[in-house]
Design a protein around this ligand. Structure first.
Ligand code: ADP
Ligand code: MG
Length: 406
């Protein structure tokens, strides 16, 4: 297998090999959107706005009000494996980012026309930069006018892979996928004071706008002013998320939500040696030789109660692990099983889960295109969360007569 791959690389020019690799990371507009949204949230933004032309195939633009990049950062932004987000052992508790590092912008630049306009609050001017095949085009970065924050633009996706471009038939489907990712992040981040907008370019109507929601707006102001978060309570965060659920999935769903809260152990539970082994890939979370760490996780969420039957269109499963939108079949199945016992035939729930596990417990070596993640103690964790969901549902059923509208 490896022999084959090597021969294959020898036979093809480097640009083509890079392009093929990039095409694996960048599958379609929504996979770029996800990476760009994550970058914007990592940059501490309170506002993230996405705009698409032809479902993002012609152009996908994302504007944030985050920390921005320096002129020097721009030179490195699209270099493969270049990242400003270090994951050191000391960082353990604050690790939010996992997976392949420094690949998103590099990959985008190899299969599209990438440009970035950015300004740091401390800088007098903004800079603009264009990239092709992972390299800065000559004449860039250029001084430019601009406001604090970053705008990333991905134009002409797959212009250099015609066969790939042709395989996309309907722009509306691509747009809906972008919108879906944006909606999910909008719900998840509402509680952190990040408001999101998603629209088609040159259209007045916006398809997503959590910036207009009262509690989200208030939390955005807090975030922007970098005010002490002590004045923002957990109740505020929950209210903001419920507003976002109402905005995206319908007020009916939002009215029927129960809050879930469970977890045990200290999130920071890994030895430095194991952490390094997991990071450099000499060990995976499936490795039988991996020492059994203390079982640690935290999970909060919003789930519809057992007597509410969600309309098909608003049924959804949103799973975030360490702030990354993921698929986790095991977890989904375990929770669905709880509802199947309780809901009438064909009933479907709305479930949003925000799971926090120690960074290294998530398999960092799962390929970036796989939204499906692997993590340590997965079975035990799924079971524990399913039990918590069951408890939440049954306690609400018994106290239903006292339920008040939120
Ligand atoms: P990664 O996110 O893994 O570091 P990316 O290719 O997604 O890799 O981004 C490369 C680098 O570009 C980031 O590490 C960050 O320094 C910078 N960057 C990207 N997007 C933004 C943004 N919206 N605001 C500020 N910096 C950004
Ligand atoms: Mg990134």
């Amino acid at each position: 297998q490896i022999d084959n791959e090597e021969r294959w690389e020898e036979a093809l020019p480097k640009e083509i090999v890079d392009r093929i690799a990039a095409g694996e990371v960048v599958q379609r507009p929504s996979s770029i959107a996800k990476e760009l949204i994550e970058n914007s949230q990592d940059a501490g933004s309170s506002s993230i706005e996405i705009s698409c032309t032809k479902g993002g195939m012609e152009s996908l633009q994302i504007t944030d009000d985050g920390c921005g990049m320096s002129k020097a950062d721009l030179l490195l932004a699209a270099v493969r494996f270049a990242t400003s987000k270090l994951t050191t052992f000391d960082d353990l508790k604050s690790i939010r980012t996992f997976g392949f590092r420094g690949e998103a912008l590099a990959s985008a630049s190899m299969v599209s026309k990438l440009s970035i306009l950015t300004k740091q609050a401390s800088a007098d001017i903004a800079y603009k930069c264009q990239y092709t095949d992972g390299e800065v085009e000559s004449g860039f970065p250029k001084a430019s006018a601009g406001t604090n924050g970053t705008t990333v633009r991905v134009d002409s996706l797959f212009y250099n892979i015609p066969s790939r471009r042709k395989s996309f038939s309907r722009d509306s489907e691509e747009y809906n996928r972008v919108l879906d990712v944006a909606q999910r992040y909008a719900v998840h981040r509402a509680g952190d004071g990040i408001g999101m907008v998603c629209k088609k370019a040159k259209q007045k109507t916006v398809d997503l706008n959590t910036k207009s929601l009262p509690t989200v707006q208030r939390l955005m102001r807090h975030k922007k002013a970098k005010q002490d978060s002590a004045s923002v309570t957990d109740q505020d965060r929950i209210r903001a998320k419920k507003e976002a659920v109402g905005h995206v999935f319908g007020v009916e769903v939002a009215r029927e939500l129960l809050t879930l809260d469970c977890g045990e152990g200290d999130i920071q539970t890994v030895s430095e040696a194991s952490f390094k082994a997991l990071q450099d890939g000499t060990m995976t979370v499936h490795d039988p030789s991996l020492p059994q760490y203390e079982f640690a996780y935290k999970c909060s969420g919003l789930v519809t109660n057992a007597s509410y039957n969600v309309k098909q269109s608003s049924a959804a499963f949103l799973i975030f692990i360490n702030d990354r939108l993921v698929d986790c079949t095991g977890l989904r199945k375990a929770i669905e099983a709880v509802y199947y016992d309780l809901l009438p035939m064909k009933g479907r729930p709305f479930v949003y889960l925000n799971l926090e596990v120690p960074g290294p417990h998530v398999d960092v070596n799962v390929h970036p295109t796989k939204k499906e993640v692997a993590f340590l103690h997965e079975d035990r964790l799924c079971e524990a969360i399913a039990i918590a969901v069951r408890k939440t549902l049954s306690s609400s059923t018994s106290s239903r007569t006292f339920k008040v509208a939120s």
